[in-house]
Design a protein around this ligand. Structure first.
Ligand SMILES: *Cc1c(COP(=O)(O)O)cnc(C)c1O
Length: 367
């Protein structure tokens, strides 16, 4: 029998699965995780909640995860002062799955999703996986977004979805409210409608005075703000992302989700961790300070650094950034080769990790 080729979609031929290297080195500063493991108190509470959930695992979980949505709404109210109803919250296995739900509901064949690069490298993959056209317009040299460029791109491409990462990955750039408002305004003129998603995966790390797009939800039913427990919350391994939007928008996502997509174990874990948000938010404060100190240090050493409202810093410029990356790795420090040519991205870790990074960089880059 001759082997038949597998009927792979032609556009997937030869593609590698997405993912940063997962290497076993002392200092992991490459995927913007929170460097602090959950405290023993959080561990004990999560374990107890999971044990309790386990007693009911013969049954399917609460499909609408109402209790978790209430807890997430309470967390957002405490974090950014915006009061939302549980029915305005959606959750999934990481904000990656949230974005997929958004594109399953509002993208699709013959439609376009627009974003502004350099930005998160997963966005074009969500577009591909939902058969949605992908258009990447440009940010400015300093990685800000020019409102006129955004308006023109929306008018030209008439997207059904606009994705704005703020703070942006890999640059760390947060968008001012005026820019988000300009995008929302242009989006409301798209014939057939346009949903604007502000991806605030790093929202909790924003500097004082930088607003959250959550504040704009009341007046804009076509706005969705996505968040995650993977970064500030230090729960990347649990896989819990969520979104806040109008009830109408959330109801559309409920149609496309797989049945029981959020396991009872995930729901229990997230709720137990959310009960400790005060403790976790205190760590965010120290990571912010660590970030600002790192930005200062890199600049003092003559490097170019993008303004950051996130828990990572994009810095350069290097003629051979790969050699710098390798030199750091040889010294036990794993960072990320990402962003435009010449730049590297480092996640903010503990102060000990930052010292290891700085010592290694001084040697490798001859600072
Ligand atoms: C890390 C990240 C996410 C989310 O990740 P999940 O772990 O799937 O919640 C989303 N958007 C951006 C821009 C990110 O950097």
């Amino acid at each position: 029998m001759t082997a038949q080729p597998l009927p792979l979609r032609p556009e997937l031929a030869g593609l590698e699965p997405y993912g940063a290297p997962q290497l076993d080195v002392p200092h992991l500063l490459n995927v913007n995780e929170n460097p602090y493991a959950p405290s023993e108190q959080v561990v004990a509470d999560v374990a107890a909640a999971v044990a309790d959930a386990t007693r009911g695992l013969n049954r399917y979980p609460d499909r609408d995860f109402t209790a978790l949505r209430e807890d997430l709404a309470a967390y957002l109210a405490a974090e950014s002062g915006v009061e939302l109803g549980a029915e305005q919250i959606w959750a999934a296995n990481g904000s990656n799955e949230i974005m997929l739900h958004v594109l399953q509901a509002f993208g699709g064949p013959g439609r376009t999703v627009l974003s502004f690069g350099p930005t998160y490298s997963m966005y074009p993959e969500y577009a591909r996986d939902t058969f949605t056209g992908w258009v990447e317009a440009r940010r400015e040299e300093d990685f800000s977004l020019d409102a006129d460029v955004a308006r023109a791109a929306i008018a030209e491409h008439a997207p059904s979805v606009v994705l704005l990462a703020s703070p942006n990955n890999p640059t760390g750039t947060a968008l001012p409210a005026a820019t988000v408002l300009a995008v929302l305004d242009a989006a409301s003129a798209v014939p057939g409608g346009c949903v604007v998603v502000v991806d605030e995966a790093y929202g909790e790390f924003r500097r004082r005075g930088v607003p959250s797009a959550l504040e704009l939800l009341t007046d804009h039913p076509h706005l969705a703000v996505s968040r995650t427990m993977s970064k500030a919350f230090g729960l990347a391994g649990a896989r819990l992302g969520y979104l806040a939007a109008s009830v109408q928008l959330v109801d559309a996502l409920r149609v496309v989700r797989l049945p029981y997509h959020l396991s009872a174990v995930t729901q229990a874990t997230a709720r137990a961790a959310l009960a400790h948000s005060d403790e976790l938010m205190a760590q965010v404060g120290s990571l912010r300070d660590e970030r600002d100190a790192l930005v200062g240090w890199l600049r003092e050493h003559g490097l170019t650094v993008a303004e950051s409202d996130a828990n990572f810093v994009l810095f350069g410029m290097f003629d051979d950034r790969r050699a710098i990356w390798q030199g750091l790795l040889d010294r036990g420090v794993l960072i990320r080769v990402v962003g435009p040519e010449g730049w590297l991205r480092v996640s903010v870790g503990t102060s000990k990790e930052m010292t290891a990074f700085k010592d290694a960089l001084v040697e490798v880059a001859g600072l």
